[in-house]
Design a protein. Structure first.
Length: 156
């Protein structure tokens, strides 16, 4: 706490000066640290759970962006990209045999990643969507299968 102490004979007689006798004690600092730590133990887990859930919820809209880019590719080139085109890479760089029809880039490379930074899996002959294509995110662990945050997420 700052306290005004008069210094007689000085041109700055009303200057504020730090008084070391008015500092915090070690006990007061420890109590504040303890309170902050207790708040952290009660607040952090629910906040982290919400952040993990937000990534799961964000996966579907990201896949919808890739779906739209694939549909635009199909409209321009007359077909969906296949493995010989590099799969989803055909949305970023033109496949050699489609350079004249290709009107991209349709996406940035970073948009081909799921919320956990793993590449989305593109399957031209869909298992989840017969007669169309599948986009799959393997979830937080990046491995096929799993439950909760690690569950696979596929486009509709």
């Amino acid at each position: 706490m700052m306290r005004i102490r008069r210094q007689n004979g000085s041109p700055n007689a009303d200057r504020r000066v730090w008084d070391p006798r008015k500092g915090f004690t070690l006990i007061e600092l420890m109590v504040v640290i303890l309170i902050i730590a207790m708040l952290g133990t009660f607040v952090a887990p629910p906040v982290l759970k919400k952040l993990r859930r937000a990534k799961v919820d964000l996966a579907k809209p990201r896949m919808a962006v890739i779906e739209n880019a694939l549909k635009n590719f199909e409209l321009d080139c007359g077909r969906l990209p296949d493995d010989s085109d590099g799969g989803l890479d055909a949305l970023v760089t033109a496949p050699p045999e489609l350079e004249e029809k290709w009107n991209g880039p349709y996406l940035k490379r970073s948009q081909l990643l799921d919320p956990w930074g793993n590449p989305c899996i593109y399957v031209q002959e869909g298992q989840f969507n017969p007669g169309s294509f599948d986009l799959i995110s393997y979830g937080a662990d990046g491995q096929e299968g799993g439950e909760g945050d690690n569950a696979d997420i596929a486009n509709d």
